[in-house]
Design a binder for this molecule. Structure first.
Ligand SMILES: Cc1cc2nc3c(=O)[nH]c(=O)nc-3n(C[C@H](O)[C@H](O)[C@H](O)COP(=O)(O)O)c2cc1C
Length: 358
């Protein structure tokens, strides 16, 4: 089976067909820049912002959707439930130079659903139609929609909702296989993505738990999708989009050594400090990144608590530096490089009780 390597959103050619999925608190300017620099992203998407706040020029929201001058194609994502406010927000999105305006119909959070936005919209097809019609009518850039497969197990209606989006002028849809009720659990079921693909003419992108090249190729094969969105997997392994696009193109897949991992982690930390202008503002994002990134590093379980407990940026840099020095030694063949780094092994319970005189 020959897999696609690109897709077209109206006149916009997205190549490679691997997209950085929007993540609130993660896919800010610095993270998107990191992923772009590594390569393999055909499209990046901002964190979602409320359409109404964007329309009113809220300063913090405007900062959230700031784009790099050379970051194209890029989508800005809006959430909300009021068609007129979303249309107004979309005009701002176009004015900011975004290539695409994306509408969120997938967020499971109470904050968003409480106002009937995000995945709550899946329960209101008539409102979905009004929203897409209003936003498409307000801008000349393509409009896309990102959704979950349904609200819960009894209403997995993504194909119907996607058809409504297409009929109202949306240029592509992305479907996360989970329902709203699944939150971040649930049992993998990509049938609704495959069904939407068979029913729609516009591109259908698939999303959910793509963590390596294998799971990406499996998603393409099982759904026939035109492209994939990768979220958490890209924080854990920022080279993942590049590796997936290489696999799709039949090119050799990038292998990353300790020196490159060190370079990327510190380049990202440095960029965060520049962006936040003061180290204290950056430390939360550094820890968020470190929490995911360390999961794919050798002895990462021992590194993670050191980084998460660091109280200052300096301490965080020191721990990361000491870790990568050990990793260099380890890669150089020094088996004992992490010898004193691991937490002391706990004695088995019976021995511990005996030692305590219990
Ligand atoms: C921390 C976090 C924030 C997220 N924020 C958004 C968001 O702003 N907009 C959106 O459409 N989805 C958001 N998502 C969902 C992701 O885009 C994606 O659909 C989901 O994580 C499944 O893909 P993955 O398994 O590749 O991470 C978020 C997910 C996470 C983990």
């Amino acid at each position: 089976m020959r897999l696609p390597t690109a897709y077209t959103v109206r006149e916009l050619h997205i190549s490679p067909n691997v997209v950085l999925s929007p993540m609130e608190g993660v896919t800010d300017l610095t993270f998107r820049r990191l992923i772009r620099q590594i390569g393999g992203a055909g499209l990046t998407v901002t964190e979602f912002v409320p359409g109404g706040s964007l329309a009113h020029g809220d300063r913090k929201v405007m900062q959230t959707v700031e784009l790099d001058p050379d970051e194209r194609p890029v989508a800005i994502q809006l959430f909300g439930r009021d068609p007129a406010l979303l249309a107004e927000g979309a005009r701002v999105v176009e004015g900011l130079g975004a290539s695409i305006c994306d509408i969120n119909m997938g967020c499971p959070s109470k904050k968003v659903c409480a106002h009937s936005g995000g995945s709550a919209l899946l329960k209101d097809p008539a409102l979905v139609a009004r929203i897409v019609r209003a936003v498409v009518g307000a801008v000349s850039i393509p409009v896309t929609v990102k959704m979950r497969s349904g609200f819960d197990a009894t209403s997995r209606n993504a194909p119907e909702i996607a058809e409504i989006c297409e009929a109202e002028g949306a240029s592509a849809v992305a479907i996360h296989w989970r329902t709203r009720e699944d939150k971040y659990g649930g049992e993998r079921a990509v049938d609704k993505i495959a069904e939407a693909k068979s029913r729609l003419k516009i591109p259908v992108l698939a999303n959910g738990d793509i963590v390596d090249v294998e799971s990406a190729l499996r998603m393409f094969r099982e759904t026939g999708c035109d492209g994939v969105l990768i979220g958490r997997g890209a924080v854990r392994n920022p080279w993942l989009l590049r590796q997936v696009s290489e696999a799709l193109a039949g090119a050799p897949i990038t292998v990353v050594n300790a020196a490159e991992q060190r370079r990327v982690m510190f380049a990202y930390f440095d960029d965060l400090i520049r962006r936040f202008n003061r180290p204290a503002g950056a430390i939360g994002r550094m820890k968020m990144f470190a929490g995911y990134f360390s999961k794919q590093l050798p002895y990462g379980d021992a590194l993670r608590p050191r980084l998460l407990r660091a109280e200052t940026v300096e301490a965080l840099y020191e721990h990361a530096s000491a870790y990568f020095d050990r990793l260099d030694q380890h890669e150089g063949g020094d088996e004992a490089a992490f010898f004193d780094y691991l937490p002391p092994e706990r004695p088995p319970r019976a021995e511990a009780s005996a030692a305590l005189g219990a």
